[in-house]
Design a protein around this ligand. Structure first.
Ligand SMILES: [Zn+2]
Ligand SMILES: [Zn+2]
Length: 438
């Protein structure tokens, strides 16, 4: 699954003022002079810029909360802060522009910074598109409709002609969508905000924006540790400094250092600092990251989570349980299967279904399995290959990655298959043996 950040600010959009852009340019030029970068060489300039610190080279961005998750099974969106406008524009270039798109939206709560982009979400104005909207507060549907009333917005909600289906869910209830299992949990926040945990069988992430953790004693944080437990990615409300979170008690926000504690206790692998204070500049946000890394370095007993700053456009790719792929095409009368991804129990099921379906349709006496994109293989995958071998007259495997070949060796099964380096050589060999037959 691909996680992408479209808006990372809390409370209100925070565009980058010109004065800050100028100071970034000045800093970059000073640095270039100090490093004696050859400014007549475009490649040298590009390399130099790519190596600059994040706060000099770019910005965390000014849009409010919106995160998307794309899987082979679909698109899921979390919150509709102002970042959803740009996500919507990107979606219009796809099937959503033709009214053939389907996506799911989850709302954490209805504070402005989490809903304000929705009236500007163009795919919702295209007939034929379908959106399923999940939320946990009972009032979400009404708030989404009301924010487009004439007093606040020129276009009525009724003009959103895409199919919009609203569903309230409860804590402890799971939603299965796009190959993901998603559950919500209440966080301390004025009016409550809900965190969502997203699992795909092999990877998991938690979207925990807008949450205050008032007591950090073990018995109070246990419920959160359980919900965040072992997540590959924890997107965390890092709006305040620890100092501010004490001064602004009950404002409902947390800090990066508190996130570091919770992430470490919960065995999280990557902590993503999110819901940045609109008053904080890029330098300050990157300094918070630095402080968090330094703070966590004091614990040498376990590998601390990696700390990332959420920025507009940041992408994090987590592996998909079902990212096994099968494509087929014919080369004369040989069926070529192109396999990719993880050939495990899920992959075996996908492969067997496709294989059986094709077997019913056509003569599959000679097949080649192109396996160069297979990332790993389990015994379930090996077993599926052996079953396929039984049902065909001749079957060749081509382009096996070393680790996949090694697994066939460990299972002492290499002699069941004709194995070739490339698809072309496998095809030649199959054709040659076929000619001999005739
Ligand atoms: Zn917020
Ligand atoms: Zn809020």
């Amino acid at each position: 699954m691909l996680i992408k950040f479209w808006g990372v600010r809390g409370s209100i959009p925070a565009p980058l003022p010109s004065t800050r852009i100028q100071s970034k340019i000045v800093r970059a030029l000073q640095e270039a002079a100090a490093e004696q970068v050859d400014l007549s060489n475009p490649r040298a300039i590009e390399e130099f810029v790519a190596g600059l610190p994040g706060a000099t080279r770019g910005t965390v961005g000014g849009n409010t909360a919106c995160v998307s998750v794309e899987t082979p099974g679909g698109l899921v969106i979390f919150d509709a802060g102002t970042g959803i406008r740009e996500l919507g524009e990107a979606m219009m270039g796809r099937e959503f522009g033709r009214g053939q798109g389907e996506a799911t939206i989850f709302f954490t709560h209805t504070h402005w910074d989490h809903i304000q982009g929705f009236p500007f979400f163009r795919p919702a104005f295209v007939s034929g598109n379908r959106f399923t909207i999940y939320y946990m507060h009972p009032h979400v549907e009404q708030v989404i409709i009301d924010q487009m009333k004439a007093e606040w917005f020129p276009v009525r909600f009724s003009r959103m002609t895409a199919g919009l289906e609203f569903h309230q869910i409860q804590e402890g209830e799971s939603v299965n969508v796009a190959g993901l299992e998603i559950q919500g949990k209440a966080l301390q926040h004025p009016g409550i905000a809900y965190a969502y945990r997203v699992e795909n069988g092999t990877s998991s992430f938690v979207f925990a924006t807008d949450g205050e953790y008032k007591s950090l004693s073990a018995s109070h944080t246990k419920e959160y540790n359980d919900f965040f437990s072992g997540a590959d990615v924890l997107i965390f409300d890092a709006m305040f400094s620890v100092r501010d979170s004490i001064i602004r008690e009950d404002w409902g926000h947390s800090s990066a250092l508190i996130g570091a504690d919770i992430a470490r206790q919960a065995g999280v692998k990557q902590l993503v600092l999110f819901h940045h204070d609109p008053a904080a500049g890029d330098d300050e946000i990157w300094r918070i990251r630095q402080a968090t890394v330094e703070y966590m370095s004091q614990d040498l007993s376990s590998g601390p989570p990696e700390v990332l700053v959420a920025t507009d456009g940041l992408e994090i790719n987590l592996s998909d349980a079902h990212d096994f792929r099968v494509g087929t095409h014919m080369v004369s009368d040989v069926v070529v299967f192109s396999l990719g991804g993880r050939f495990d129990a899920n992959g075996a099921e996908i492969f067997e279904a496709q294989f059986d379906e094709l077997l019913e349709q056509r003569d599959m006496s000679r097949i080649v399995l192109s396996m160069e994109d297979v990332t790993d293989i389990s015994m379930a995958g090996v077993k599926a290959l052996l079953e396929a071998r039984k049902q065909t007259y001749s079957m060749a495997l081509a382009g096996l990655p070393n680790n996949v070949h090694r697994v066939l060796e460990l299972a002492v099964t290499t002699d069941f298959f004709a194995i070739y380096d490339e698809v072309d050589t496998a095809l030649e060999a199959l054709n040659a043996s076929n000619n001999e037959r005739h």
